[in-house]
Design a protein around this ligand. Structure first.
Ligand code: ATP
Length: 375
C-alpha cells in the first residue's frame, strides 16, 4: 500500500509540445482512482512517471513521503498492466502468473495457493496447465492482469487501459472482478481509461485530464452533479451537458439566453461577473424538467429529433425565442438535449416547455464553473 504524491510534475518529450503541464496530485493509500481523458491528454505519460518508466522534465514523485523521482521501476514496488498483453507465450498460464513471485524469490509453497487464488478470480483455473501460446486475446490479457495482481506486497497497481482489447462481455466481468479485488485487497489502484463508464464504475475518485492538465478530480457524483469545467460537463454524461451562451442581467440572479430571462443562483452570478470572460449556462439533459406551457421561468423549445433508448427518451430540441411562432424560422439555433422518462410521447415539431432550475444550472466563465469551490 502506498500514498503517491506528485509535486510540480511536468513533461515535454524531445522536440514536442508539453505533454503534461505542471500539476500536483495526491493518490491516497488504498484508494481506487481512475485517470480519465481523451486520447493524447497525457494519461500514459503520467502513469509512466509514477511507475518510473519515464523521468519527468520537472517535478518530484514521492511514494510514502520518500522521493523516488530518479529511482528505477524495480525500486518502486509498483505493478503495471499495459493495454496489450505482456505474456511469455512458451510458458504455461501457471508459470506466467507465478513469474512476478518467483522473480521476488517468494517461496514455492506460497506461490501455488496465490496463483490458484488469482486464477480463480479471473476464472482461469482450467487453463493453468496450458501454454499461453494459442490462447485468445482475452485470455492473454487476463494473464497480464493476473501478473499485475499476483504480488501481495506491491505499493500500487497501475492499469493502462487494460480492457481495450477485451470483448464487451468479458470486459464487464473483469471490471466487476477488479472492483471486487480492490475491495478485498487495500492496494492503491490507478486505472487509466478514456471510457467514462469504466472510470465511473471502478473508481472512488476520478481525475479528469485534458490537454496535459488535470481539469477536475472528484467522486463520480461530483463530476456529474458539479462539473467544475465545461470540458467535464461535456465529457462526462451521455449525452453531455448542454451549454447556452448567455449574458448576466442586473444584480438579482438572472441570465439572458437569446431573449429569455432565466433565473440563476445569485452567488454564481456574482462569481461569474468577477471571473469575467465569455459566459455559458450549463444544464444536464437529466436536469431539464418538462413543464406546462407558459410556466414562469421556463423556455419553449421545438423538438427536432426523438431517440427512444429503452429506459428513457432523448429529445433534441431548439430553443425558441420569445414571440416566435411554433416551428417558425426565427428560432434561436441553440440546441438542447433533454432526457425524458421511458414512454414519453413526443415527436419532431412538438413544442416542449423546459424549466431550468437555478439549483440545477451552472454558470461557466471562460469554461470555469462559477460555483464557490471551483475557483
Ligand atoms: N514517446 C513519445 N515521444 C514524443 N511524444 C510523445 C511520446 N509519447 C507520447 N507523446 C505525446 O505526448 C502527448 C500525451 O500522450 P499520452 O500517450 O501520454 O496520452 P494518453 O492520454 O495516454 O493518450 P492515449 O489514450 O491515446 O494513449 C501526446 O501528444 C503524444 O503524442
Amino acid at each position: 500500500m502506498a500514498r503517491i504524491e506528485l509535486r510540480g510534475i511536468s513533461h515535454t518529450y524531445a522536440g514536442g509540445a508539453p505533454a503534461l503541464k505542471p500539476l500536483d496530485l495526491v493518490w491516497e493509500d488504498g484508494g481506487a482512482y481512475a485517470l480519465l481523458g481523451p486520447s493524447g491528454c497525457g494519461k500514459t505519460t503520467l502513469l509512466n512517471i509514477i511507475s518510473g518508466l519515464l523521468r519527468p522534465t520537472k517535478g518530484e514523485v514521492l511514494i510514502d513521503g520518500k522521493g523516488v523521482t530518479h529511482a528505477p521501476p524495480e525500486a518502486r514496488n509498483i505493478a503495471q498492466v499495459f493495454q496489450f498483453p505482456v505474456v511469455y507465450d512458451t510458458m504455461t498460464v501457471f508459470d506466467n502468473l507465478a513469474f512476478p513471485l518467483r522473480n521476488r524469490r517468494v517461496k514455492e509453497s506460497e506461490i501455488r495457493p496465490r496463483v490458484e487464488q488469482i486464477a480463480d478470480l479471473l476464472e482461469m483455473t482450467n487453463e493453468l496447465g496450458r501454454r499461453a501460446r494459442g490462447l485468445s486475446a482475452d485470455a492473454l490479457q487476463k494473464i497480464s492482469l493476473g501478473r499485475g495482481l499476483v504480488r501481495k506486497d506491491v505499493a500500487a497497481i497501475l492499469f493502462d487501459e487494460p480492457l481495450t482489447v477485451i470483448d464487451p462481455h468479458a470486459k464487464w466481468l473483469l471490471r466487476r472482478k477488479l472492483k471486487q479485488i480492490h475491495q478485498t485487497t487495500p492496494v492503491t489502484l490507478v486505472y487509466v481509461t478514456h471510457d467514462q463508464v469504466e472510470a465511473l464504475t471502478l473508481a472512488d475518485k476520478v481525475v479528469v485530464m485534458n490537454e496535459g492538465s488535470v481539469v477536475q478530480q472528484g467522486s463520480p457524483e461530483d463530476l456529474f452533479e458539479r462539473p467544475a469545467h465545461t470540458f467535464v460537463g461535456h465529457f462526462i454524461g451521455s449525452p453531455g451537458m448542454n451549454f447556452l451562451p448567455c449574458t448576466l442581467e442586473g444584480d438579482d440572479g438572472a441570465a439572458r439566453v437569446g431573449n429569455h430571462r432565466i433565473p440563476v443562483d445569485p452567488a454564481q452570478c456574482a462569481r461569474a461577473r468577477a471571473l469575467g470572460g465569455s459566459l455559458v449556462l450549463g444544464v444536464r439533459p437529466e436536469f431539464l424538467r418538462r413543464v406546462e406551457p407558459e410556466t414562469a421561468g421556463a423556455v419553449p423549445t421545438t423538438v427536432r429529433q426523438v431517440e427512444e433508448l429503452g429506459t428513457h427518451v432523448i429529445a433534441s430540441a431548439t430553443l425558441r425565442q420569445v414571440g416566435a411562432q411554433e416551428g417558425g424560422q426565427n428560432d434561436a439555433q441553440q440546441e438542447l438535449k433533454v432526457k425524458l422518462p421511458e414512454g414519453t410521447i413526443i415527436a419532431a415539431g412538438d413544442t416542449l416547455w423546459l424549466e431550468l432550475s437555478p439549483s440545477r444550472t451552472t454558470l461557466y466563465a471562460d469554461g470555469r464553473a462559477a460555483f464557490a469551490s471551483s475557483v
